[in-house]
Ligand binder design. Sequence first.
Ligand code: PRX
Length: 654
Amino acid sequence: MKTIDSVLTEKRTFVPPESFVAQALLNREGLDALHKQAQNDPDGFWLSQAQELVWRTPPTQALDDSDYPFVRWFADGQLNITESCLDRHLSTPRRNKAALIWEGEPGEHRVLTYFELHREVCRAANALLKLGIKTGDRVVIYMPMVPELAIAVLACARIGATHSVIFGGFSAEAIRDRVQDAGAIAVLTADGGYRRGKVVPLKHNVDEALKHCQDVRHVVVVNRTGQDVSMHPGRDHFWTDLLKAESGRCEPAIVPAEHPLFILYTSGTTGKPKGVVHTTGGYATQISFTTKYVFDLHDEDTYFCTADVGWVTGHSYIVYGPLMHGASVVMYEGAPDTPHRGRFWEIIDKWGVTIFYTAPTAIRAFMRWGDQHPNAYRMDTLRLLGTVGEPINPAAWVWYHETIGRKRCPIIDTWWQTETGGIMVSPLPGATVTKPGSCTQPLPGIAVEVIHKDGSRCGKNEGGYLVVTRPWPSQLRTVWGDPERYRKTYFGDLKVGGRPVYFTGDGARFDEDGYLWVMGRVDDVLNVAGHRIGTAEVESALVGHPHVAEAAVVGRPDELKGQALVAFVTLRGGLAATDQTANMLKEHVVKEIGAIARPDDIRFTDALPKTRSGKIMRRLLREIATSGRAVGDVTTLEDFAVLQKLSSSDSDEE
Ligand code: PRX
């Protein structure tokens, strides 16, 4: 029996443009050679990639899995990651190149060269040292998207303190839980941050949280909005006051490769926060490798990733990776629709952005807002587009390709996770023929398989569990303070050849060409009349309809079928939310996929409940579809009004 039925078929293919291939760091032959090297000698392959970093003691060994599933990489090497991101550029022409190009939501900007960024990181690092913060201490960072956020991250790394960034949209309770779990002794924050023209009271949230965190000795406050904040004598300091007297040089703390660089708490789970631990040398190696080749990063590039540094995407592909390669990184503080819906496109034109990396949820919002916004800008500097975070439905992929990339730019659909630290599966833009909706093939050195519950490999186009069968350098090493949870969560269930393998939590299939199609989280798989259907595919069919902006599909218990399909749909283009429209959409799904996937119920809504990182919270929708209201944990929800509306419209019907 199949593990998960696949119902989506997408046949279009896109060949990398010749002009792109001609300048690409990796073409087909280059990629094949890397794959071959990695297959024949994975350790040698990763060891050679590690040589791209600045080491104080270069490693002589790669993977050590003697305590599997606990692993170590490059364990005899020593380094400080900031030397790879900053110091190495200072003796080259990159010294005076823009490292960070920062655009504030209200419209101001700041540019920091590599020299300036290095200087500011060193001053901040010296200030932290003076506060008594040492190698191995944990420091929580809770800031808006301002240059000081990147500086704070790098300053912690400079002195070997383990940083834990908390997204600026989180509440006081979330800060409290994370500060306590990490055992942090300092919090770096700001008076406030701008979001859609409003001021978020960051310092106030920290004050609330710290009422329950006695171990925090220092709070450092960046002035961003200028609003009044209360300062706790002896504990709280203003950033500028602390840095004023500090020198622009700071000897880096040299740490072993397995020193914990950061803890990042994963969102969307219930109960105790889960602190994903990443270490230094292996993380840096895979981030360096993927940034260089997946983004085809050249010195002339201006690179814009729209993620927040509070998420792993921002850690790996705003801060660490691009800086290792001396890129010019555009960092934007605010929302994509503030003050207008063309804001990203305006930024692309203003700074001549060449590489743009965003999420499918954002792309679908841009589609809904209308082509007039991107069409008002030239965007002729763009040469490469990327996505991450969810399966991208083919309709959104094609829109992105045509309307943003003007049919000129390859698209890299990058699959990875907070836990993987770096990109695992992705096209290489100068080498891979792409298919809209597929993240294509695993990168060299990455062993990904799709298996049945019993560990046997799934056949072509057969959906199953997506696992990683060989440890990779930027793999999470543990769950902070809870190694057993690490083992149980990721290595608990699935075995290949008798050995536990890392389970991603995702369902997926490989097609007849060996292309990977991620079907969403297996928790979201539905069992309809004996067929196991991934919600992502039904959603993809729905959003393929020109009048659907967004869709989320969940199951509701059904006596006859096991589960009935309930689709929550946001319309666009002025179509009325009537029974007639619902019937038309049901027929559309039948036409695209087949009768098996016909939604039993379509509910129209203005917006879907999402986490602050833009993921649809299907669990809440499941609860609403089943009982009429959401009962579980909602602390990671972005907008509570959405939930209230959904719940009340439901009870109206009753
Ligand atoms: O389900 C997959 C989905 O996002 C999950 C990881 O989420 P998070 O840890 O928040 O990290 C997001 C940024 C790396 C995955 O298990 N996902 C991520 N990228 C893709 C994806 N699903 C399909 N295609 C992708 N490109």
